[in-house]
Design a protein. Structure first.
Length: 72
């Protein structure tokens, strides 16, 4: 229950940030901020796993660049 609440709080924070970014023209205005926030939380933990598995930094950097493109 605590893990789920923590994830919800993180998603809420991402969603608020995405909405502000959309209002400022930094992120795609037509994107669903809630879906993107869930996407970012999932990828945050995915990148952590890749780091723990010692995946090459170059591969992680390229993955992060792809994640960031989803916001534009």
């Amino acid at each position: 229950m605590r893990v789920r609440r923590g994830l919800e709080l993180l998603e809420d924070a991402y969603q608020d940030t995405i909405v502000r970014g959309q209002e400022a023209g930094q992120f795609a205005a037509d994107a669903d901020a809630r879906v993107l926030s869930t996407f970012l939380v999932a990828n945050l933990y995915g990148l952590q796993v890749l780091g723990r598995a010692n995946l090459a930094v170059d591969a992680r950097t390229k993955t992060l660049a792809t994640i960031m493109k989803a916001l534009v």
